[in-house]
Design a protein around this ligand. Sequence first.
Ligand SMILES: Cc1cc2nc3c(=O)[nH]c(=O)nc-3n(C[C@H](O)[C@H](O)[C@H](O)COP(=O)(O)O)c2cc1C
Length: 436
Amino acid sequence: MGRLPEGAPDGSPDGLTVFQGMYIFIPWNVILGTGGIIQFGRALELSPSQQLETNMTSRRGFLRVVGTSAVILAAGGVGLTQCDPMPEEAVAAWKGPAPSVKDPRVRALSFALLAPNPHNRQPWIADLREPGAITFLCDRSRMLPETDPYSRQIMIGCGAFLELLRMAAAEQGYRAEIAAFPNGDWPDNTVGDQPVCRVAFVADQSVARDPLFAQVLKRRTKRGAYEATPVSAAEAGGVEGVLNGLPVRFGWTGEPGAMNRLRDIARRAWVIEVKKDSTYLESVKLFRITGPEIAKKRDGLSFHGPFFWWMNALGLVSKETAMAPFARQQAVDLIEADLKTPAFAWIVTPVNDRRAQLAAGAAYARATLRATEMGLSTHPLSQALQEFPEMLPLLAEHKRALGLPAGDTVQMFFRLGRATPGEPAPRRPLTEIIRS
Ligand SMILES: Cc1cc2nc3c(=O)[nH]c(=O)nc-3n(C[C@H](O)[C@H](O)[C@H](O)COP(=O)(O)O)c2cc1C
């Protein structure tokens, strides 16, 4: 495994010393770490040859970075490190619905939209025109065609959404009767414009409340380094226990040899995704850089804090600079923090149709809520599961490394361990997903 610079516990220098000496900005760490400048400011110390390369490839940019560092240090010195926080309105959904919201369907949707979902695309439409029911559709303008060519991950996000919807309905004394594909299945490997499901809200005071519901507002995807403390068999068993009854299998490991093999595959998969223009560009287009853009879009991958604010103001961090070879190489290197995990876990289905993908989404939602309940963090690493052609050999190798037959589908592969909680991810306002 590549060595990270000395410094903070995860091997990163602390947020302010980052900018002293020969450190340089790494855009991708916004994706890998969330929070304030300390996490966002993670950087790599450049070797002499890298410094030379930097000077040669982007001398002007480099000089501006060094100059900017002084400005940011000065800003920190005069108390501006709080500038460019996560906009409150972008994360308001994490407070739950206002008491003034009375329609049980709308209340339930307010929780459902907090579901984990790939690239935070939130591809959800809830049609409320039929009283007492929700017709749930997948928003085809929010797909990930390069990294998720068959929309498998998108469907997992939909499954997670429906599981939270079901829990939130039960909490209010409604049984959510979910009928998948009521107007017929979509053609293979496509997302149609027919509904994913119709959800009838049936009043039933005897419906079982789900204890996991208490974690919905607390759950976060946590990126960056995790503590080395092992995950116990009892903890992994606790996660597996909440998947009973779903048509999925759960696996996990913390065994050092297996962990190293899986880290190596995750690293190579990451390189493939970042080095291919179209797959990396798909993520870059979803970069939301600084508070105003985050507040406007409320989806995608958030970059904020004083560091990004200054870099953006100086033209050094933007969607265009992120595609430059130097920035991309740094993005490649930054996977190392995400490989610091004491355990990996995975969710597998024997078939890979739309219903199985929805079930995998429900399973992942439940697994991550149970982990939250136990004080554990989770973070999917999906690169090796992606079905674009260049990834397929690694997808097969990954499955073999997990000891699975070729016919199985690894729907989710994620880190499990202890870490300081991450910040909430933005959500679009409910009004944007409701049709009434
Ligand atoms: C199917 C699926 C795949 C995902 N893959 C990744 C991934 O490869 N890397 C990552 O950092 N997060 C991944 N995530 C997490 C999402 O980015 C995250 O759920 C989203 O940004 C919203 O943030 P939240 O979970 O904190 O609410 C994935 C989530 C789902 C449901």
